[in-house]
Design a protein around this ligand. Sequence first.
Ligand code: SF4
Ligand code: SF4
Length: 185
Amino acid sequence: MSVQLTNRSKPVDRRPMNWVERMYLVNIFKGMAITLKHFFKKKPTVQYPEETRPFSKVFRGLHILNRDEEGRERCTACGLCAVACPAEAITMEAAERQEGEENLYREEKYAAKYEINMLRCIFCGYCEEACPKDAIYLSQTFTPSNYTRKGFIYKKEDLLIPNPLTDPEGFKKAQGEIQQAKETI
Ligand code: SF4
Ligand code: SF4
């Protein structure tokens, strides 16, 4: 005696097929109708990477290090971002600004070395919240793939936004991203 576990069981039709059924024409047309129905529907997929979807406003991606309007680095190597980072992804080395370097660094102390390990980072945004100098933000760009672990360690040169004196367009674009990040903090 068979016991039914659910009421969704379907009795199987085991009678021999007639010649019309053996040609499978009805089933072929049924399948074609389903294909045709989907053919005219709006595609849920996009042709990545030529086409991309807009990110959510609160998306947190790759970090950027900010400069001021004169192109000077804002980071003063205070280390607050590294302390706030739960993944211990940030490392830096501080250095004293020398005479004549006022056009390069905004504060008397600056980050001679600044690195973020993107394999450790969980993109929580704590670093940008901790920064008192308006120096670090998470952009709307996601970290590109790489073949080596080393390639995921981003140095200061990789993170700094373009200098407004040499690339005003790039600086303006980066400021747009920073503004968007500020609105979502
Ligand atoms: S986003 Fe979070 S995990 Fe990534 S570096 Fe900043 S504080 Fe660390
Ligand atoms: S990014 Fe901000 S918090 Fe981090 S070291 Fe520089 S100034 Fe300090």
